[in-house]
Design a protein around this ligand. Structure first.
Ligand code: 8OZ
Length: 490
C-alpha cells in the first residue's frame, strides 16, 4: 500500500487476482480475490467473491479510512472501480446473451425477453435473490425456480405401457422442482425398447397420466412429458408380432436391453423406408397432442442418448442415401421435422428438445465424426422454430464425463433460446451456473430419486440423502420409489 496517493506513480505495485481455493494466480477471468500489493509486498484491502457486494466494499473502505488518510482510500476506490469495470466488460457478452437470447441478435423490442429481468450475476453474499431459486420462463411455461427434474426411467408401468398409479405420488412429491421432465415415454409400440416403460399412444395410457399432471399442478409444479422412440435399441420381444426394431440403417447396437425376461442383446434392426418416416413424425404429433390432453404443460423431444433421433443425426449410425442421410442437413432433417410438426400441433413455446452430442450411451454408439458442426447446425435450425428450450447432457450419462471435448455454450448460442444444463451437477456448480447465466435451468437426475424435496434441500444447504441403490432404479413397486422422506418430516 503506498503511503500517499502521489507514491502510486513511483511504486511498482500491481493488482493481482488469485483463485480462492488454490491460491494460484489467475490469468484472465474474473478475480475471486483482489488486493493491492506494493513494492514492499504488503497487501491491504481484499475483496472476495466473484462480484464484490457493494455493501461489503463500502465497509472495507470505511474501515480503511480509519487507519489511512483519504488519499489512500481514494486510490483504492479507483483501483477497485477499474476492476469492476473490467470484470463487467468481460461479462458483457454473457449478459447480452442472457437478455437478448443470442450474441448478435438485432436490438428490436421483440428480441428483448422481459422474463429475463433477473440479474444474471447475483452476489455471493446471499443479500440478493439467489438466481437458482428465482422464477423464470421457458417459452410458455413459467417456472418457480431454475432446478429441473431430469427424465428418470423407473420402469414401474405394465407391459401395455400403462403408468403405475404410484407415479401420482412419486411425481407429486417432486412438484417443487421448477420443471419436472417425465421419464422417457414411448410414442408408439414400435418406439419401445424397455419393458414396463409407459406410453402415450393409447387412450388408456393417457388416462393413467392425467392424475400425475393434476398432482403436480395441485402443488404448483410444472411438468412436460418426454417423447421417446428408441430406434435400434430394442428387442423383437418388445415389438408387435416380434418384428425387428427400426433404425436409420441396419446396424446393430451394443450393450443390453431390458426385456420382460431380463437383459438381452438388442435385436438387429431393419432400415426404415423413406415412405415410413412421415408415419413416425405423425406418431410424435399424436403423442404430443395426447400429452396436452393428459394435462402436461408441454413435451420434450428426446433426441439424446443414441435413440432413434440421435441415430439419424450421427454419421456412425446413419448410412442412408435418401434425404434423411448423407449430409449434415439430411441427417438432422428428422429431428428438425419432428420438432417442427410437434410445434405446429401444440405450439413451439411448449416444446423442448434434449441433445447429448458426446455420449456413447446407449448401445455403445460411436460419436458423430464432427459433433460440434453437426449439432451446431441442428441447434441453429431448431432456433428458428422458437422452441421452449434446449436441454443438453453435457458429457456422458454413464461413464467418464468429458464435457470439455464439446463447446456447449457455442451450441447454446447457435440455438439462441433458453438452455437447461444437465449431468452430474452439485449444489455449488448449479448455483454458479445459474448465477453466471451459464444455464437458464439446471436439471438434476439421480439426486431426485432419494430427495423428493431436492429444491428445498439445495435452498437450505441441507445434506442430501445418499444416492438410491441401483436395485431401486428400474421396476418394482413403492420401495425405493415413493418411500423417500422429505427432510422436514425425518
Ligand atoms: C436409463 C435406463 C433406461 C432408459 C435414456 C430413457 O437413456 C433413458 C434410460 C435411462 O435417456
Amino acid at each position: 500500500m503506498p503511503r500517499r496517493l502521489r507514491d502510486l506513480g513511483r511504486q511498482r505495485g500491481r493488482l493481482i487476482s488469485r483463485d480462492r481455493r488454490s491460491g494460484r494466480r489467475q490469468n484472465g477471468g474474473r478475480p475471486t480475490e483482489m488486493r493491492w500489493r506494493s513494492g514492499g509486498g504488503r497487501s491491504s484491502i481484499r475483496f472476495r467473491g466473484r462480484t464484490p457486494d457493494p455493501g461489503h466494499v463500502a465497509l472495507q473502505f470505511m474501515r480503511a479510512a480509519q487507519v489511512c488518510d483519504w488519499q489512500q482510500v481514494l486510490a483504492c476506490m479507483l483501483i477497485d472501480l477499474t476492476f469492476q469495470i473490467t470484470a463487467y466488460y468481460t461479462d458483457i457478452k454473457k449478459r447480452f446473451v442472457h437478455h437478448f437470447g443470442r450474441w448478435g441478435a438485432p436490438l428490436t423490442p421483440e428480441n428483448i425477453d422481459l422474463s429475463r429481468n433477473d440479474p444474471p450475476y447475483a452476489g455471493d453474499n446471499g443479500m440478493t435473490t439467489e438466481a437458482l431459486f428465482s422464477p423464470g420462463r421457458l417459452g410458455a411455461i413459467e417456472v418457480a425456480n431454475r432446478v429441473a427434474m431430469a427424465p428418470l426411467t423407473r420402469a414401474r408401468g405394465d407391459m401395455e405401457g400403462i403408468q403405475t398409479p404410484l407415479a401420482v405420488e412419486y411425481y407429486g412429491k417432486r412438484a417443487s422442482a421448477g420443471l419436472i421432465i417425465s421419464e422417457a415415454t414411448n410414442i408408439s409400440r414400435q418406439g419401445r425398447g424397455y419393458a414396463f416403460t409407459p406410453g402415450i399412444y393409447t387412450d388408456t395410457q393417457v388416462e393413467a397420466w392425467k392424475p400425475v399432471a393434476r398432482a403436480v399442478h395441485a402443488r404448483g409444479g410444472k411438468m412436460v412429458l418426454q417423447l421417446w422412440h428408441v430406434g435400434r435399441f430394442s428387442h423383437a420381444s418388445l415389438q408387435e408380432n416380434g418384428a425387428p426394431p427400426v433404425a436409420p440403417s441396419a446396424i446393430e447396437a451394443g450393450d443390453m436391453v431390458f426385456t420382460e425376461h431380463g437383459f438381452e442383446p438388442p435385436s438387429k434392426p431393419r432400415e426404415l423406408e423413406t415412405g415410413e418416416i412421415d408415419g413416425i413424425i405423425a406418431d410424435y404429433v399424436r403423442a404430443a397432442r395426447n400429452a396436452r390432453t393428459a394435462g402436461f404443460d408441454g413435451v420434450e423431444i428426446h433426441a439424446a442418448n443414441c435413440y432413434l433421433l440421435e441415430q439419424f443425426i450421427r454419421d456412425s449410425t446413419n448410412h442412408r442415401t435418401d434425404r434423411y442421410g448423407g449430409s449434415i442437413e439430411n441427417r438432422t432433417r428428422l429431428p428438425f421435422e419432428v420438432c417442427e410438426a410437434v410445434a405446429g400441433a401444440i405450439g413451439a413455446d411448449r416444446v423442448g428438445i434434449r441433445l447429448s452430442p458426446v455420449t456413447h450411451s446407449v448401445g455403445a454408439t460411436p460419436f458423430d465424426s464432427e459433433p460440434q458442426k453437426t449439432y451446431g447446425f441442428l441447434a441453429e435450425r431448431l432456433g428458428t422454430l422458437g422452441l421452449a428450450y434446449l436441454h443438453c447432457i453435457e458429457g456422458q450419462t454413464r461413464g467418464a464425463n468429458l464435457p470439455e471435448s464439446f463447446d456447449f455454450q457455442a451450441l447454446r448460442r447457435s440455438f439462441g433460446g433458453s438452455y437447461i444444463a444437465n449431468n452430474g451437477f452439485t449444489r455449488e456448480i448449479a448455483l454458479t451456473a445459474a448465477r453466471s447465466g451459464r444455464a437458464d435451468m439446471v436439471a438434476f437426475g439421480r439426486p431426485f430419486i432419494s430427495n423428493p424435496d431436492l429444491v428445498e434441500r439445495l435452498r437450505q444447504d441441507e445434506p442430501l440423502a445418499p444416492e438410491a441403490h441401483k436395485e431401486f432404479f428400474y421396476g418394482g413397486g413403492s420401495r425405493g420409489y415413493t418411500d423417500w422422506p422429505d427432510f422436514v418430516s425425518r
